[in-house]
Each structure stands twice: as C-alpha cells, then as structure tokens.
Design a binder for this molecule. Structure first.
Ligand SMILES: [Zn+2]
Length: 98
C-alpha cells in the first residue's frame, strides 16, 4: 500500500485559533470553570448567548481592555460534561480569555 501523498498536501494549514472546527475553552459570565464551545468567541459581541458542548447556554463576558490580564486567565478547571463531548468530537482545542 502507498500513502496518499496527494491528499496530504491538500487544504490550508492554519493556526489552531483560525480553524473552523476548533473547540474554544471559555469561562462564561458567572462561571468558575471552562466550558467548550465551537462558536468563535470573537464572532459575537459581549453579552451574547453561546451554546457550549454540555448543551447549556451562557453569556459571553466583556473583553478585558489591554494591557490588563483577563481575570479568567488562571481558570484551568474544565466542565466534565464539556470534556466528555470534546473527547467524543476529537477536535483541536484552544483556551480563550476575553
Ligand atoms: Zn460545560
């Protein structure tokens, strides 16, 4: 058997955050754990509702003005239901703070 080199060269390689199938780990308003979402956080204004992998809806927080560090930066705990769905999807992921 030969490896299919042709298909390996197809497609554009983009940084993870710019791919369309990425799971973003965000900390929604009022939460102290990260939930996964496939909605690009930058695509919606603050206060918009976003659907996360555990099938709940949360409001997106307001962006932190530069050069302040987002308060959620230190949050590393992840929602267990989102993790289970994330592992089932097998998609790339990135952490996102607002
Ligand atoms: Zn969740």
């Amino acid at each position: 058997m030969f490896a299919d080199e042709g298909s390996a060269r197809c497609g554009t390689v983009l940084p993870t955050a710019y791919r369309s199938d990425v799971v973003f780990w965000i900390v929604p308003v009022g939460e102290d754990v990260r939930h996964g979402t496939t909605t690009r956080p930058g695509a919606l204004p603050a206060g918009s509702e976003v659907l996360v992998l555990c099938a709940r809806r949360f409001k997106l927080p307001t962006s932190t003005p530069w050069p302040d560090v987002p308060k959620t930066k230190s949050v590393t705990r992840q929602c267990e239901d989102c993790v289970a769905e994330y592992e089932r999807l097998g998609r790339p992921a990135t952490v996102w703070d607002f």
